[in-house]
Design a protein around this ligand. Structure first.
Ligand SMILES: C[S@@+](CC[C@H](N)C(=O)[O-])C[C@H]1O[C@@H](n2cnc3c(N)ncnc32)[C@H](O)[C@@H]1O
Length: 204
């Protein structure tokens, strides 16, 4: 069985648990570009991995919960947060069955994990006026020879936009990004959407 065919927990625990694995500690550039526009509050990082984005948000004053199926990734996230003197709460869970009902986050992030069934619970769990920030490989990445290639893991840009059609779209992109090392390009879809604020109660 190739590594990519393993169930996700085994696959990602194996990767993050390897002694030689060096996680990327830099937050996704999109997050650093938009964070100024988002007031600090309660944030939920979906599929947080080793926590590069969760730790960054905690450093920016957010109260952060990081969820991932990999306990090994979240252990690394927790260690890094402690080393930097910030707090990140971690939850080991399978997002396919994780219950977001009744939650109210000011910001939910999802970087490089594509599961369209999550869009509906995300729409519920962001509080009015709050944000959803998303970036992952798109269908245009297929054939590049690295990264995910299966259609199941590649987002269809119009469907991402459609899922948030009733929200205010602050940023949307269907683009290719050249890596700074110069020899790789990734095709991604990105979105920053703001949930409409609750309408003010009618005056008597
Ligand atoms: C490509 S990594 C991205 C990690 C992180 N978002 C980042 O950008 O550094 C995908 C992540 O999704 C997590 N994952 C995969 N399937 C999952 C599931 N069913 N539930 C929760 N997390 C899952 C993996 O453990 C892994 O950390």
């Amino acid at each position: 069985m190739g590594n990519s065919e393993l169930p996700p927990k085994e696959k990602w625990d194996g990767r993050y648990g390897a002694a030689a694995y060096e996680p990327d500690k830099s937050p996704v550039p999109l997050l650093t570009e938009v964070v100024e526009a988002i007031p600090p509050g309660r944030a939920l990082c979906l599929a947080a991995g080793c926590g590069r984005n969760a730790v960054y948000l905690a450093q920016r004053g957010f109260e952060v919960t990081a969820v991932d199926i990999s306990s090994r990734g979240l252990e690394r996230c927790k260690e890094r947060a402690e080393d930097l003197g910030v707090r990140v709460d971690t939850v080991v869970a399978d997002l396919l069955s994780y219950d977001l009902a009744g939650e109210a986050f000011d910001l939910i992030t999802d970087f490089y994990y594509y599961e369209p069934e999550l869009f509906s619970p995300v729409r519920e769990a962001v509080r009015p006026g709050g944000y959803f920030l998303f970036q992952t490989f798109s269908i245009h990445h297929a054939g590049r020879g690295w990264g995910p290639q299966s259609a199941r893991h590649l987002a269809q840009p119009p469907l991402v936009l459609e899922a948030f059609q009733h929200w205010r779209i602050r940023l949307f992109g269907d683009l290719d990004i050249d890596h700074s090392d110069g020899d790789r390009t990734e095709s991604v879809v990105r979105l920053l959407a703001q949930k409409p604020p609750r309408p003010a109660a009618a005056a008597d």
